[in-house]
Ligand binder design. Sequence first.
Ligand SMILES: *Cc1c(COP(=O)(O)O)cnc(C)c1O
Length: 949
Amino acid sequence: MRTDVFAQRHIGITEDNISRMLKTVKAESIEQLIYETLPSDIRLKHPLGLPKALSENEYLSHLKKLSEKNKIFKTYIGLGYHESLVPSVIQRNILENPGWYTAYTPYQAEISQGRLEALLNFQSMICDLTGMELANASLLDESTAAAEAMTMLFDLRGREQKKNGSLKFFVSEEVLPQTLSLLQTRSTPLDIELVVGNHNEFQFSTEFYGALLQYPGKYGQVQDLSEFVAKAQKHDIKIAVAADILGLTMLVPPGEFGADVVVGTTQRFGIPLGYGGPHAAYFATKEAYKRDIPGRIIGLTKDMDGKPALRMALQTREQHIKRDKATSNICTAQVLLAVMAGMYAVYHGPKGLSYIANKVHASAITLASALEKLGIEQINTSFFDTITIKADASKVRPVAERNEVNFLYNNNGSISISLNEATSIHDLEQIVDIFAKSVGKDSIRIDSLSDQLAIEPNLRRTSPFLENPVFNSYRSETELMRYIKKLERKDLSLTHSMISLGSCTMKLNAASEMLPLSWAHWGNIHPFVPVDQAEGYQIVLKELEQHLSTITGFAATSLQPNSGAQGEYAGLMIIRAYHESRGEGHRNICLIPASAHGTNPASAVMAGMQVVVTKTDDRGNIDVADLEEKAELYKDRLSALMVTYPSTHGVFESSIKQITKIIHDNGGKVYMDGANMNAQVGLTNPGEIGADVCHLNLHKTFAIPHGGGGPGVGPICVSEELVDFLPGNPVIKTGGDKAITAISAAPWGSSLVCLISYGYIRMLGEKGLAQATKIAILNANYIKDRLSGKFDVLYTGEMGRAAHEMIIDCRPFKHKGIEVSDIAKRLMDYGFHAPTVSFPVAGTLMIEPTESESLAELDRFCNALLSIRQEIETSSADNPDNPLKNAPHTLEMVTNDSWDYPYTRRKAAFPLPYLHENKFWPSVRRVDDAYGDRNLICTCAPIEAYQEA
Ligand SMILES: *Cc1c(COP(=O)(O)O)cnc(C)c1O
């Protein structure tokens, strides 16, 4: 065996396994299997021309060299991004720990209690710091969170007002430029009129339904917003405030002066800058709006024994599940980063955060007074971490850049300097030195930090925060390490067993792909530095864009969208812009098959489109006749078709080319949802099937870990005609010549994790990528045939093959009293995470093994399912006291002195022999969702709540 071939490490199946598996699936060769799976008219005729594979060692040296092309300047640009210090204990035990980063979104609560607790901590932290009642965990970045606030308030207030013809949203001119750009993007399709101006001169009127303010403002001025908010309330105008999370430890929190929503980023709580992301944004609001909140909320409930347990609250109300009634399409969020930011607060506690904030504040004051001694005027009258100076940028900038320092050079000629946790007295002296040189004076020494305050008394925070024990218990590294480990041990991740979630592609996230994320030369780069300082990033991102364009058969790619759903929205907004550019802006019908993921209709509605659902035939394929009828009916207004390929039913529909042609013939564009790209890479592609634009989920197909529900990256790839419209950024030029406004805050979205996908492509190379696809298809068909006769597979292709995933039907077990959820919970006793439950068909499981699993693991999983199948056989609807209904079984339950069940403890917890030597214990019994939704508690409960239970 060659030890330097990465494909052999990424792909779990060996050459020897293949022949055995081919026998099971009754195929002569892999080629034959693929022939029987993929319609021949869409097979690629030529190799893609991607580079050859690098070994892991070669890749790491390559990335090291590239990283050195990034210049790490001292950067004081601010605008929502600050250098931060990642506590090493968090870096090592969370960011670099597959026990945390390979976990899935916590839908299966009983085996996710660890990250649920970490996210509850995050929510508590946000509620405390903002002074609000309820917070989610989490959103994608500050700017998209602000846009979510604008649309949530629109939904609350705007709908009625729309009837009255008044539909305006006020945006303070103090708002960050990237946020303004995002508001422009999101407001246009909804006919919301943005009015930007100085909030002190705002004319309150009932024409406005809401407003967004920035706290402190983009140049650092802290304003008293309470009067504005009070007046707004009188006019029934809802207020959102974008607030600096660290600043809130010192400033009156917006909840205390009546804000309806508070949003922001938690990047400066120990998350690397990463050239723009990923970072977790927060969204906090009033309890009254709990049904309208975008994203996910963690809540407290109880389990079957009445013990406290956590789970995702109001789950069925997750916005995108409402499909075309949704007001947000957030699915993947920033869970791993939210866990890290929450843990930063757990580690530092209220006193530590106050210390950091005070130090940053003192640094800003010290700097301002030193500059004043040089005769340089500082403008902000009240500030937290950012000072703004009247100076001659043309003199300062060259000196600063020679000294490897970045400031924010404002259009009005002023210079802003944002200080941060990492700023030392030496750094302050360097800044003073730069300004001294620029005015030709001698520099000034700084002996110590000022002990004054530059925050007006009425703006100073007096209320306490983070009083819960969790924020006051883990000060030493030993203690925090053990707390993190304690939570990690409650969670099932890829470090335990395969996670066969259909549509989610839980494949290997290789260590060599992950390692560079920890390197300072990738981590510590602000997204708005001049591009020539980020040459290493520019090379990687451009190359990644090119490879993704090649793989999809398209002309260009934008990496900006930071989740799959954001990609959908971006793609549809580009289609919209394209139609408009041709004078066909009235095209607004979006056809979507009934089986589509909920984010598809949610994105379409956000893009101002009207959703028309098309039927599926009884073989699970798009009903072409119905599609054609609707396309023709709406031919004058047809904008797009959204289609997932292979379908969410796990089938390569052979009529796909006919389908794309029907849409084109009727003036529409084809949007392909690329979530299932793992079945296509190297064999076919969206360009080949006739699509015009697609998104990819780099966190599915291209090896970015799920992180417990994010980060994700959802780049869009487009055909030649659409290249000009790729999204831009207001600070750093990116995108096409007729770029639509921003989709995410940062120019290249979550650049740091793009390294992972780049590594995946470079280390697998052309051949490895195609081989991965083939083995993913082989593995799915192997499982299908091993389960055959015991479980019905709902849909297959024309020759009886599954694509890379399949749906097994659990509805036939209803007469035994067994529901699909019972099977999902029983799998936990066998050490497995359930496959996707009830998507896209209720009462089913969708299994996707991916290429990374070994034959032994596939067999272990099949054996577990087959054993459960036998248990179903012996259960009866009359007596629900059986291992399926009682699943999962906890350690506490089976070691209890009494055991009143009609089956043995061994049967409960060790139903198959492999469990004796490797047992994963669910930490709570089955959770009660309904109870938790009725009694919504979304912050760390006071200790008494636990004692009562
Ligand atoms: C995962 C998925 C999406 C949404 O992607 P996110 O990254 O979670 O926003 C859309 N469509 C399908 C079919 C998916 O599986």
